[in-house]
Write a protein that binds this ligand. Structure first.
Ligand SMILES: [Zn+2]
Ligand SMILES: [Zn+2]
Ligand SMILES: [Zn+2]
Length: 164
């Protein structure tokens, strides 16, 4: 089933119509590769001569995320990045809270454990988002390493307190 059919099915299931704007946003999302914030997508659509309003974009992105066609990555700043998932292999993310870098990873062990836990809880998983927050290699080592160190100092202090 292609993405347009899947989105149309999803919309029908939610008593919504495939409007021209929704279709246009879906088509553009299918062409982009990588992780984008809403502003970058707005600019991209405008450059391509298919401008959309911010409200429509946010609403449609939320629907695409709900339909499982787009992945939403929560950033430390409170903003989000979006990534089209259609035709892409499942993967999860590490997000650097300092520089915003997104690292993709796949772990068969984590996937298997999630399946096992769901089975144990008799929970039918339809999808999942696994996201790890922290500091990337260069932020931990370089000038941006201080907040990480601060975090480490605090963690050590907390540990000290726990031991006391
Ligand atoms: Zn996963
Ligand atoms: Zn970083
Ligand atoms: Zn990704």
């Amino acid at each position: 089933m292609d993405a347009a059919t899947r989105f149309a099915d999803y919309l029908r299931g939610h008593r919504l119509r495939m409007t021209r704007e929704r279709r246009s946003i879906l088509d553009e999302m299918l062409e982009v590769r990588g992780h984008f914030d809403a502003d970058q997508l707005m600019m991209l659509f405008r450059r391509k001569g298919r401008p959309v309003s911010r409200a429509t974009l946010y609403r449609t992105l939320a629907r695409l995320v709900d339909a499982g066609l787009v992945h939403k990555i929560e950033m430390a700043t409170g903003q989000a990045r979006y990534e089209p998932m259609f035709g892409r292999h499942h993967h999860d993310h590490m997000v650097c809270v300092e520089c915003g870098r997104i690292i993709e990873f796949e772990s068969r062990d984590i996937e298997r454990l999630q399946d096992e836990i769901c089975q144990r809880k008799k929970f039918t998983m339809t999808g999942h988002t696994h996201q790890i927050r922290g500091t990337c290699e260069s932020c931990s080592a370089g000038a941006g390493g201080r907040p990480a160190e601060r975090g480490r100092d605090k963690a050590m202090k907390d540990r000290g307190r726990a031991l006391a």
